[in-house]
Write a protein that binds this ligand. Structure first.
Ligand code: CAA
Length: 258
C-alpha cells in the first residue's frame, strides 16, 4: 500500500511499518496516525502476517506529537475532537505480537507509541523522553501511566517532571526496553525476533500476549486466574497437541494455527 508518512511492507510473515516523515523527525501528525491505523488494521486482518514491527529512521523513531499542528488548538477543539485518541492507541490494541525497534529520538508521543508495542528493542543511539513539561503540557498518550508501570515511579517522575532524556542503556536498566544493539543491527534483530514469534502457533502467541498484558490491568490473583484459564484453554487447540507430541517424538512441530 502507498502512504505518504509511513512505509508498510511485508517481510515474509512479518508486517513492517516504517514511520517516514524525516523532515519532522517522524512527528506524529494526524495524517501519519491515520495511515498507521490503516496499516495496522491491514496487517491484523492479513492471515499471512504473524507479527508486526514498527520502526522509524536512524535519527528518530518519532519526536512526539506534531507540536506545530496542535499548538493553536483550544480546549474545546481537543476535547470535542477527543484529540490524541482515535488511531493513537491502535498499536496497543493489536492482537498480533508487536515490536517497536527504536533508533534515535523516541520523545513524547514517540516514546508513548513505542511503549504501546509488546516489546521495545533499541539501538545504542536511542534516546527516550517525555519532554511535554518543557512545552507547557503533560504526556497525553499514556506516558504518565505506561512509563510508571514499566520503570517505576521515580524514573517516570524524573522523565516527566524534568523532560530530560534517558539513553538506551538506562532504558534497558529501567525495564523500558528488552534489548540494546548497535544501530546497524537493530532492524535485522527486530525482524528476526518478529519472524521467530510469527513462526509459533498464531493463536497461542495471541493468547500469550493477552495474558502478559493482563498483568497491567488487574490484581495479581485475578491475573493468575486469567493466566490459568487461558493456559487451560490452550489444551483445546490442535497446536498444543502438536507441540507436545512433537517434543515427545523428538521432531519439529508443524503448527496448524488452530
Ligand atoms: N512536532 C513538530 N515538528 C517537530 C517535532 C515535533 N514534535 N520535533 C521535531 N520537529 C521538526 C522541527 O521543528 C524541525 O523542523 P524545521 O526543520 O522545519 O525547523 C525538524 O523537525 C528537525 O528538528 P530540529 O531542527 O529541532 O532537530 P534537532 O536535531 O536540533 O533536535 C529534537 C531534535 C531534540 C528531537 C527537537 O526537534 C525537539 O525537541 N523536538 C520536540 C520534542 C518534543 O517536545 N516532543 C513532545 C511533543 S508533545 C507530545 O508528544 C504530546 C503527547 O504526549 C502525545
Amino acid at each position: 500500500m502507498a502512504y505518504e508518512n509511513i512505509i508498510a511492507e511485508k517481510k515474509g510473515a512479518v508486517g513492517l511499518v516504517t514511520l517516514n516523515r524525516p523532515q519532522a523527525l517522524n512527528a506524529l501528525c494526524a495524517a501519519l496516525i491515520a495511515e498507521l491505523e490503516e496499516a495496522l488494521d491491514a496487517f491484523e486482518a492479513d492471515d499471512e502476517i504473524g507479527a508486526i514491527v514498527i520502526t522509524g529512521s536512524e535519527k528518530a523513531f518519532a519526536a512526539g506529537a506534531d507540536i506545530k499542528e496542535m499548538k493553536d488548538k483550544s480546549y474545546m477543539d481537543v476535547y470535542q475532537q477527543d484529540f490524541i485518541t482515535k488511531g493513537w492507541g491502535r498499536l496497543a490494541t493489536c492482537r498480533k505480537p508487536t515490536i517497536a525497534a527504536v533508533s534515535g529520538f523516541a520523545l513524547g508521543g514517540g516514546c508513548e507509541l513505542a511503549m504501546m508495542a509488546d516489546m521495545i528493542i533499541a539501538a545504542d543511539s536511542a534516546k527516550f523522553g517525555q519532554p511535554e513539561i518543557t512545552i507547557g503540557t503533560i504526556p497525553g498518550s499514556g506516558g504518565t501511566q505506561r512509563l510508571t508501570r514499566f520503570t517505576g515511579k521515580s524514573m517516570a517522575m524524573y522523565m516527566c517532571l524534568t523532560g530530560e532524556f534517558i539513553d538506551a542503556e538506562t532504558a534497558l536498566r529501567s525495564g523500558l526496553v528488552a534489548k540494546v544493539l548497535p544501530a546497524a543491527e537493530l532492524l535485522d534483530e527486530a525482524l528476526r525476533i518478529a519472524a521467530k514469534v510469527a513462526g509459533f502457533s498464531r493463536p497461542t502467541t495471541m493468547m500469550c500476549k493477552e495474558a502478559v498484558n493482563r498483568a497491567y490491568e488487574t490484581t495479581l490473583a485475578e491475573g493468575i486466574l486469567f493466566e490459568r484459564r487461558v493456559f487451560h484453554s490452550t489444551f483445546s487447540t490442535e497446536d498444543q497437541k502438536e507441540g507436545m507430541s512433537a517434543f515427545a517424538e523428538k521432531r519439529k512441530p508443524e503448527w496448524k494455527n488452530r
